[in-house]
Design a protein around this ligand. Structure first.
Ligand code: GRF
Length: 198
């Protein structure tokens, strides 16, 4: 049975596009919804161009009421009935109450080689640490931030003249290769980690 995938975005949605395009033929999953907390997210128009249903729930009117925002997310998700949720450049922290409803069925891509550099500014932190390599991780999402079981990593060398921006730019294509590879396996019930070398 083809797994139904909802993809949550906040911005340009390049990872969402990579995931959606990877599911076009002969795949155990299909995209059923692209959902953003940002009504102006560029990824929403990209999803519409890919004929994927979209929805935006602006988090700003909810202020500090995270539960209220997540209730609105949950209502939309219960309508879309996804088997899998992919967070792809989704920049809102989700509460344990939300997680518990989806644990085991929700993935995220994080731009570092976890467990290194959970949270933000990962490229700058890798440079400050003088790391010889950097990369990205796809992991299952749990209540602890950027901490769930790792399902895949892509590695790349850090170059002498790298800046946070050049790292981010060189990493993005690896993200676009890693996330679809992990989703294909995960949707087929295979949690064998994917390792890519850039
Ligand atoms: C990417 O660097 C990703 O690692 C992070 O958000 C950034 C933008 O992703 N989670 P996208 O282009 O919106 O998919």
């Amino acid at each position: 049975m083809t797994k139904r995938v909802a993809i949550l975005i906040s911005g340009g949605g390049s990872n969402m596009v990579a995931l959606a395009q990877s599911m076009r033929e002969d795949h155990p999953a299909k995209p059923v919804l692209v959902l953003s907390n940002n009504p102006n997210a560029g990824g929403l128009s990209k999803a519409r161009a890919l004929h994927i249903p979209t929805m935006a729930i602006d988090h700003k009117p909810y202020g500090q009421d995270r539960a209220g925002f997540e209730d609105a997310l949950q209502q939309v998700l219960e309508t879309a009935q996804p088997d899998i949720i992919c967070l792809a450049g989704f920049m809102r922290i989700l509460t344990p109450d939300f997680m518990v409803k989806w644990e085991g069925r929700i993935l995220n891509i994080h731009p570092s080689l976890l467990p290194k550099y959970k949270g933000l500014h990962t490229h700058a932190r890798a440079l400050e640490a003088g790391d010889a390599e950097h990369g990205c991780t796809v992991h299952e999402v749990t209540a602890a931030l950027d901490d769930g079981p790792i399902l895949g990593q892509a590695h790349m060398p850090v170059l002498a003249d790298d800046t946070p921006d050049t790292l981010a730019t060189r990493l993005l294509p690896l993200e676009h290769a890693l996330y679809p590879a992990v989703l294909r396996r995960f949707a087929a019930g295979d949690r064998t980690p994917v390792t890519l070398q850039g």
